[in-house]
Design a protein. Structure first.
Length: 301
């Protein structure tokens, strides 16, 4: 069920509580497509019951983000970032700021000192968010320059190349450069034929766990009860966690513990963690970064 690395992130909890939290995390991610409302309830339960665990806050952040609840997602990403300093959250933080109608804040995040250390796919994601924020401000030419450079960078994963060209075509259309936009049709058709289905089929890199949906049968799901209060959980401010009562293991009370046998059956697995692909194409990243940052610098002149 959970990968070894993911189980390690729950070490601050007792064994029984960690198993139960892990099952709710699996439920949250598994239910995202078929029952997003219930998935969000599981994610909120996890964040409420294990509020001092970065993995729990990260889970709620991703589920809320994919459902378009950018305010909640932003709070949870920021909280998780304070806990563990994972740079991979930064593109999502910036995109949440865009989603809340704050493109200038998104640009600040993209140009921050922390963002300079992004590598691989996370860096490519940030460039796309940065270009999108420029587009939000109707700075079409600058946005076009960013995605044009990104889409033709060496070592870039195919799905990111496709997304960059898609963005370039959109920005060109918005800028009134229709002929240039049409000229990208052939390239874009080729990229979409090659990568669009793969992007949908493959597990996204921002999913930080592995799961087997068949392991989460109806009987087990029925045992994952969630109280009404937990289902409505949403922190009012980022510092609220510090006042929350926790025991010596950093746990809050768990009122919906599974019996030990069911928890063990659901949580144990020998699955290996999925590769995050974060360092893909790093040998070419410096060249890409120099080119794209050069375009970005013109934004500040």
């Amino acid at each position: 069920m959970l990968s070894t690395d993911d189980r390690e992130r729950l070490r601050g909890l007792s064994k029984e509580h960690a198993e139960n939290i892990g099952l709710h995390i699996l439920a949250a991610y598994t239910l995202e497509e078929r029952d997003p409302e219930l998935a969000l309830e599981h994610a909120k339960w996890v964040a409420h019951q294990a509020s001092r665990i970065d993995f729990a806050r990260e889970t709620l952040a991703f589920v809320a983000y994919r459902q378009g609840d950018y305010k909640l997602a932003l709070r949870e990403f920021r909280t998780a970032f304070r806990m563990n300093g994972f740079l991979d959250y930064l593109p999502f933080i910036a995109d949440c700021e865009r989603g809340m109608g704050e493109p200038k804040k998104a640009i600040e995040t993209a140009m921050s000192d922390d963002a300079k250390y992004l590598r691989g796919e996370s860096k490519a994601e940030m460039f796309l968010v940065y270009a999108g924020a420029l587009g939000d401000l109707e700075l079409w030419d600058k946005a076009i320059e960013i995605v044009h450079t990104l889409g033709r960078s060496k070592g870039l994963a195919g799905e990111y190349r496709m997304r960059a060209v898609q963005a370039e075509q959109y920005f060109l259309e918005q800028a009134g450069r229709s002929d240039e936009a049409v000229a990208l049709d052939q390239l874009l058709d080729k990229l979409e034929l090659q990568y669009a289905d793969a992007e949908e089929d493959e597990t996204s890199d921002d999913l930080v766990i592995e799961y087997d949906m068949q392991e989460l049968n109806d009987e087990l799901m029925d045992k994952l009860g969630i109280s009404e209060d937990d289902a409505q959980y949403a922190p009012e401010d980022e510092d609220e966690d510090d006042s929350e009562a926790v025991d010596e293991n950093g746990e809050t009370n768990d009122e919906t513990q599974l019996d030990a046998e069911a928890a063990k059956e659901g949580a144990e697995s020998d699955d290996e963690p999925a590769g995050d692909g974060e360092n893909a194409g790093d040998s070419e990243d410096d060249q890409t970064e120099d080119e794209v940052e050069s375009a970005a610098d013109s934004d500040n002149e």
